[in-house]
Design a protein around this ligand. Sequence first.
Ligand SMILES: [Ca+2]
Length: 268
Amino acid sequence: MLVAGACTCCADHSIPTTIGPGKTDSKDSGKRPGDHNPNLPVMGSYQKLKVSLEELSGLCMNQDTTGFWSVSDQGDLCQVSFTGAVTRVIRSNLDMEGITIDPATGDLYLAIEGDQMVCHVAAPDYKVLDTLFYVQEALERDFDNNGLEGIAWYKDGLLFVGSQEDALVWIYKTDGTLVRRIRLTDETSLIKEVAGLFYDAQKDWLWVTDSDAGKFFIFKVGEFDLLTAYDVSFIDNAEAICVDRAHNCVWIGSDEDTPLLYRFNFSF
Ligand SMILES: [Ca+2]
């Protein structure tokens, strides 16, 4: 059993990594592969649990941090407990791929693929789903099923919205004003697509999961330099990510035949 925070460079560890936690890719950093950066989180062992939410694709912590909000391709908005129990709150015919929360209000924001739009569900009732805005580039370039997959609350009424195609991330105001566009494939050749997003306010980092590359990444917000990447190629379809500093772990949701939640112990 690997202890969270243990060194991950040495042999005989249970976590398969190609790049390695706390290490950066030489091509992007100018450092030798395997260089440790003591300021970066270190991945430890993991557990996984089954979740009865078909095509689970998005995940965020609820406002009182007692469990998750989650969404599925089937159009279900659900509450999910830390043990994987599911309570459906809204059922729709939308391809829901990402979810995030405004921690101040508890309002939810959803990334919808196909329609390429961002929807809003107001707290505390969580009963009505409104369309906030459409992502014009994803519509104009006809991203279709290669479109919106991730969304993350940033700050001051701003959202990160991400797409599979070109691993694009847009920063939008909640009123639909486009503020900035970042193409993460310009930052690193390791990334193939955005499948899920999480904004880490404590460090001003954007965590990105990529189900095609089988990795998740940390980018520094601002320049969007790649800080590190974690190999999770043993996960079938890593579409959701939630960083949980309170429990010293990172949760990864996998959209597969038997949807799974992976809980990776982390030393932050
Ligand atoms: Ca999905």
